[in-house]
Design a protein around this ligand. Structure first.
Ligand code: HEM
Length: 401
């Protein structure tokens, strides 16, 4: 029986979140480690197995270069992409970029994020119909990343266009490296590489207080990042930090619409917001799968996965595993502990998690303060839930306070 016959397959056109959750539930029970012959990958569904996959980089590698045809522009881009690196290269890159991308630097961004959010909301002042994605959720993360890097305001639309091209086409299968996808990405990356290179050279000559300047200056044990590594990291910030944050913000609004008592509770006591965001992250996991390559034959549950295979660890399934969470299908903003895997686990744990949490917290606080009533309207469009769980169009009716 193939995964498609069981209900969902990677070769299908797309799937919605409900279909995926039903599939996960079935698979966690009946086939927690499953070979998908059609897509040529393995699926892992239980929390303990997914967590282990993320915790053992020696067995589950993040380097997929063997699956990708050599492409000069993509190779340059991959050099600094720590998400696709294994130890020891990962450690070197992560230590260096962590020196520049510190929690303190992120915390200092708060006033700017407030201003950007206010400007975006002001642009729609008084409007009763809002399209959350176009009006706020899409622009906020890309503007923050551009600002963080010191990209001049005039160049930001171009920056946004690259972010779009890199995350689209957004079907799940595009997560799996293939020749067609690599070629399409190479075109965007060439343009982006040239721009970033110039930006980095400019920062070397005239350092400022931005992340690009700090990346240029970062040094650990006499090691520094070269230009190509910085370009790759900038590209990764765009790829990893954009659509996921947009999706999370849309998921908060969808959850508050589905559970109005939580919206009322937050309006009465905003201190419940951080716990609510963690539960939204668990309940509607923005990045549904995480991908690895087996370096050796490995036993997972009752199966031996051969070496050299792509394994999809379903974060969205792990986050609903009844073995790990009591009443996993209940939305509970006071759930403690809440060991969701939405930001990953282990050495690749999301570097941008503090930034994502900060952006979304500020945006939700401002939405609740400005809009005394928020309800989801007609015409919601979702991403393909095999990749991203979140809305790509989210019309809202709002009443201004
Ligand atoms: C809600 C929003 C976000 C979600 C759900 C998310 C999710 C994730 C996940 C699951 C991983 C690990 C993937 C794996 O191990 O295969 C990851 C890694 C990463 N994320 Fe995020 N992310 C978000 C926002 C951001 C932001 C805002 C940034 C930066 C601006 C960012 C930068 C990164 C980077 C650089 C890595 C790679 C870390 C490494 O390989 O060491 N992310 N993210």
């Amino acid at each position: 029986m193939t995964a498609t016959e069981r209900g969902v397959g990677l070769a299908d056109q797309s799937a919605d979140a409900e279909t995926m959750l039903a599939w996960f539930r079935r698979m966690r029970e009946s086939e927690p480690v499953s070979h998908d012959e059609q897509a040529g990958v393995w699926h892992v569904f239980r929390h303990s197995d997914v967590e282990r996959m993320l915790a053992e980089p020696g067995t589950f590698s993040s380097d997929f270069s063997a699956f990708m045809p050599a492409q000069k522009d993509v190779d340059r881009f991959l050099k600094g992409n720590l998400l696709r690196k294994d130890p020891p290269q990962h450690r070197k890159l992560r230590t260096l970029v962590s020196k520049a991308f510190t929690p303190a630097m992120v915390a200092r961004l708060a006033p700017r994020i407030e201003v950007i959010t206010d400007e975006l909301l002001d642009a729609r002042a008084g409007a009763e119909q809002i399209e959350l994605i176009a009006d706020l959720a899409y622009l906020l993360p890309v503007t923050v990343i551009a600002e963080l890097l010191g990209i001049p305001a005039g160049d930001r639309p171009m920056f946004g266009r690259w972010a779009d091209s890199l995350v689209a086409p957004e079907s799940q299968t595009s997560f799996i490296p293939n020749e067609e996808r690599t070629k399409a990405m190479a075109i965007v990356m060439r343009e982006m590489n040239a721009y970033c290179l110039e930006h980095i050279r400019d920062r070397r000559a005239r350092p400022g207080d931005d992340l690009a300047s700090k990346l240029v200056a970062a040094e650990v044990d006499g090691q520094r990042l070269d230009d190509e590594e910085i370009i790759g990291f900038v590209g990764l910030l765009l790829l990893a930090g954009h659509i996921t944050t947009t999706a999370l913000l849309s998921n908060v609004v969808l959850c508050l619409d589905e559970f109005p008592h939580v919206a009322a509770e937050l309006r009465a006591d905003i201190s419940a917001l951080p716990g609510t965001l963690e539960e939204v992250l668990r309940f509607r996991t923005p990045l549904a799968p995480s991908m690895r390559r087996t370096t050796t034959d490995v036993r997972i549950g009752d199966h031996t996965v051969p070496a050299g295979k792509i394994v999809l660890g379903w974060l969205a399934s792990a986050n609903r595993d009844e073995r790990r969470f009591a009443e996993p299908d209940r939305f509970d903003i006071r759930r403690t502990p809440n060991p969701h895997l939405s930001f990953g686990h282990g050495i690749h744990f999301c570097l941008g998690a503090p930034l994502a949490r900060l952006e979304v917290r500020i945006a939700v606080e401002k939405m609740l303060a400005r809009w005394s009533d928020i309800s989801v309207g007609e015409g919601v469009e979702h991403h393909d839930a095999r990749g991203i769980v979140g809305a790509k169009r989210l019309p809202l009716h709002v009443r201004w306070a």
